[in-house]
Design a protein around this ligand. Sequence first.
Ligand SMILES: NC(=O)C1=CN([C@@H]2O[C@H](COP(=O)(O)OP(=O)(O)OC[C@H]3O[C@@H](n4cnc5c(N)ncnc54)[C@H](OP(=O)(O)O)[C@@H]3O)[C@@H](O)[C@H]2O)C=CC1
Ligand SMILES: O=C(CO)COP(=O)(O)O
Ligand SMILES: [Zn+2]
Length: 360
Amino acid sequence: MNVDNNRILKDKTFDKSRWIQMPRNVVVGHDALLQIPGIIDDLGVAGPIMLLSGATTIQTVGARVAELLQERPVTTCLVGRITYDEIQRIEEAAKEAGSVLIIAVGGGRVIDTAKVVSYNLDIQFISVPTAASHDGIASSRASVVTDAGNVSVAAQPPLAIVADTGVIATAPHRLLAAGCADIIANYTAILDWELSHRLTGEAISEYALTLSKITAEILVNNADLVSHNDETAAWIVVKALFSSGIAMSIAGSSRPASGGEHKFAHMLERLVPDSALHGEACGLGTIIGMYFHGGDWKGIRASLRRIGAPTTPKDLGISNETCVEAVLRACEIRPERFTIFDTGITREAAVAAVEALYEV
Ligand SMILES: NC(=O)C1=CN([C@@H]2O[C@H](COP(=O)(O)OP(=O)(O)OC[C@H]3O[C@@H](n4cnc5c(N)ncnc54)[C@H](OP(=O)(O)O)[C@@H]3O)[C@@H](O)[C@H]2O)C=CC1
Ligand SMILES: O=C(CO)COP(=O)(O)O
Ligand SMILES: [Zn+2]
């Protein structure tokens, strides 16, 4: 059943209520894909299935999942950019096919699309990440691209997550490094949340905040283990992405994992679409955000470098000027979310921050 995570039920004695939705089955490990038919049976969902995937992932993992489901009625749909038009197109296809369950096999775009479509149609969905590239694997939020930039919308968390570490370990290392950067972003996301709490009185959830922070710390402590084509590395990163997603579900917002560094990343995506993976842009934003907070930005940069994530505009193939523009215009994204990027940064300060990225 879909719910508004922030629904407030008025009551005479206690006027606060929150409905937190969490995944029911989480299967992580080698050959976890093989568990999908059993998981569907365990969930007791019977009827037509919509298999959502991406243009690349359908050819490998999506095809394997389709084979595992060959006894069942399955409609396959490929997801492009996650916009409201695209969501509507997939909703229509799911309605036409009478789908009662969505299985999302792919990266963050595919999984976020399934979250919104399943929420709108009030049907269930299973998240099958093909890469550890983002922390939306488990969360009840989805990020949708609009003309005004990315918006974070309430959505349905997966009823089950199937993370096959064999699959994830063979994905390009760039995706794993981006997932790590999306977690490292939690450092500045929580600093921004605390800043907003102090300056604007915004409510914070200590549980969500602490979980988000510990998740980033554990990941950074294990950074040396994050190597390519290694299932242990896939394990470590998937656990962190799951944990960060749960922090968002507890908060009922992406606040614990998305602050100014994400606003910067969303603006960069708007200025130069597809120049970076989501996590890569967030990593760059985290160094810059930490620089403005006066924190250990060199430590953040060192962790990102160790993992193999980009740390300069040059690494991403974009100009310093574009990066400065993204710093200055990050405040246009989700203006209601107060962060260090919303404090009136001057062009001189933005240029200095971007130049500092190259310091040895
Ligand atoms: N809701 C939330 O809480 C969160 C949402 N997000 C969202 O997630 C998205 C970012 O996710 P991300 O995964 O980086 O981006 P994408 O979903 O765009 O995936 C990036 C690319 O990786 C490819 N890919 C995925 N898995 C594999 C694999 N095993 N082998 C080869 N290629 C593969 C995809 O292929 P294909 O063409 O098949 O798609 C795609 O081309 C953004 O839209 C972001 O806003 C991010 C964090 C949190
Ligand atoms: O990416 C996220 C957390 O990593 C959350 O997405 P938003 O920035 O769209 O809220
Ligand atoms: Zn993110």
